[in-house]
Design a protein around this ligand. Structure first.
Ligand code: TZP
Ligand code: MG
Length: 208
C-alpha cells in the first residue's frame, strides 16, 4: 500500500475526553498530517476497537492511512491500513502472514541489525528513536542520530525519526536521510492543533 510518511502523528488520548481527542485528530489531519497512528496502552480491547473505528472515520475523510499500535487484531477488526509493532510485539513475519501483503506494517528498531531483520520479515517502514528525551514513552532510551543515519543507509524502506521532536528542534535531522518524522506531543499538546500540524509539516518538508 502506498503511503506518505512525511509527518506521522502518533496519538495520545491520555487525560482527554473522547470528543476533545477526536476533535484534535480531525484538526491534525486537516493541518497536514500524512499518516496517523492510534496508540493506546491502557484501554480494554473493546474500547481500543471502538476508538479505532471512530478515528478511522476521521482519517478516511482526509484519505490518511490509519495505523494501529501493537495490535493486529484491532487493526484488522477496524479495517485500519496497518499496524505498528515493537520488538516485543507479535513478530513482523507472523503479522505479515496474518494481515496479507496489502496492509502496512511498521516496526520500531534501534539498531542496524534489528532494522535489517524487520525488512527481511516484511516491514514497510521503520521508526527509530528516541532522538530526544520524551515524556510520552518513559522507558525509551535515546538513539543517536548517527545510528538513525546508519539504519536509513542500511535499508530501502522509509525510515522516520521519533522522540521529543518539534518544529524548533528537528533541524538536528536536516542532514539525515530520513523520510519523515513522527511526533506525539508537538501536535497533541499544542494549543492550536491544526496550526501545529501545518507549521511542523512545512518545517519537515524543508529539512527532508
Ligand atoms: N517511540 C519512541 S519515542 C516515542 C515513541 C512512541 C514517543 C514520542 O513522543 P513525543 O511526545 O513526540 O516525544
Ligand atoms: Mg508496541
Amino acid at each position: 500500500m502506498d503511503f506518505d510518511i512525511t509527518l506521522y502523528l502518533v496519538t495520545d488520548s491520555t487525560n482527554l475526553k473522547e470528543d476533545v481527542f477526536l476533535s484534535k485528530v480531525d484538526k491534525a489531519c486537516k493541518g497536514g498530517v500524512t499518516l496517523l497512528q492510534l496508540r493506546e496502552k491502557e484501554r480494554s480491547d473493546w474500547e481500543y476497537l471502538n476508538l479505532a473505528i471512530k478515528v478511522k472515520k476521521i482519517t478516511d475523510k482526509y484519505n490518511i492511512p490509519l495505523i494501529i499500535d501493537d495490535r493486529i487484531d484491532i487493526a484488522m477488526a477496524s479495517n485500519a491500513a496497518g499496524v505498528h509493532l515493537g520488538q516485543n510485539d507479535i513478530p513482523i513475519n507472523i503479522a505479515r502472514k496474518l494481515m496479507g501483503k496489502d496492509k502496512i506494517i511498521g516496526a520500531t528498531t534501534k539498531t542496524v541489525s534489528q532494522a535489517k531483520k524487520a525488512v527481511e520479515d516484511g516491514a514497510d517502514y521503520l521508526g527509530v528513536g528516541a532522538i530526544y528525551p520524551t515524556t510520552t514513552k518513559v522507558k525509551t532510551i535515546i538513539t543517536e542520530v548517527s545510528t538513525l543515519n546508519d539504519i536509513c543507509n542500511a535499508v530501502d524502506i522509509p525510515v522516520i525519526g521519533i522522540g521529543g521532536l518539534n518544529k524548533d528542534n528537528c533541524d538536528i535531522l536536516k542532514d539525515s536521510p530520513i523520510d519523515g518524522i513522527a511526533v506525539v506531543s508537538a501536535i497533541m499538546k499544542a494549543e492550536d492543533t491544526e496550526k501545529a500540524a501545518t507549521e511542523l509539516k512545512s518545517k519537515v518538508i524543508s529539512i527532508l
